[in-house]
Design a protein around this ligand. Structure first.
Ligand code: CA
Length: 228
């Protein structure tokens, strides 16, 4: 799960990044509307946290452009951050296609709860459990189970498994994995992805699922037929 924070108050942005990273998300931050616009054109995100009062291009304009382009990230869930007293900003934000808003100042815990709800909605499911054969993943609690037993996975391995499970049976490219797992500050290469996949395989492939390598293209989480 990769989140973009567009917020020019650096103290607030740092607090958000710390909290969301600790909760297992990959997080990037920009401090102006024009940078947000560029980031949304070039990288795929699972959620946008958007301050309305941004320099260069205000948040409402960023949102208007995003929703009208119909391109990359056009349907990404958007949580707008508004000034406490501005009912007008909230109404405009929701009219332009924001999914939720929070008035400043807000409690971090509440923001985290809204982020969980919005990222679940982005997956097209209301429950937080993703299942595939004997594997299940609780995206709220950030815990994976194999045959009802909890699997001991690192934060990166959990994120990797989550992306593979969301697209079970379909090809996921290394580039997509890098995009979903890594923030810009992180040095994570395709080779590192291979290492994480290797570790993940050792932990989950005792059962009838496997992570197949599609040479030169990526990976696919597959079920092995019982009668094969
Ligand atoms: Ca601001």
């Amino acid at each position: 799960m990769r989140i973009l924070i567009a917020e020019d108050d650096q103290v607030l942005a740092d607090g958000l990044m710390r909290a969301l990273r600790a909760a297992g998300y990959a997080v990037d931050q920009v401090a102006s509307g024009s940078e947000a616009d560029t980031a949304l054109l070039t990288h795929e995100f699972d959620l946008l946290i958007l301050d309305i009062g941004l320099p260069k291009l205000n948040g409402l304009e960023v949102l208007r452009r995003l929703r009208s382009r119909g391109a990359l990230n056009a349907h990404v869930p958007v949580l707008v951050l508004t000034a406490a007293d501005s009912v007008e900003q909230r109404v405009q934000g929701l009219d332009l296609g924001a999914d939720d808003y929070m008035a400043k100042p807000f409690a971090l815990q509440e923001l985290e709860a809204r982020v969980r709800a919005l990222t679940r909605r982005g997956l097209g499911s209301t429950g937080s459990i993703i299942k595939h054969g004997p594997l299940s993943f609780d995206s709220t609690g950030r815990v994976a189970y194999l045959n009802e037993q909890m699997v001991d996975l690192s934060a990166r391995e959990l994120s990797l498994l989550e992306v593979l499970l969301q697209r079970a049976g379909r090809l996921v490219s290394k580039e997509q994995l890098v995009q979903h797992l890594c923030s810009w500050g992180d040095e994570v290469s395709n080779n590192a992805i291979e290492v994480y996949i290797h570790r993940l395989r050792k932990k989950i492939e005792q059962g009838p699922v496997r992570i197949a390598t599609v040479r030169g293209l990526g990976y696919c989480l597959e079920r092995i037929a019982n009668d094969a």
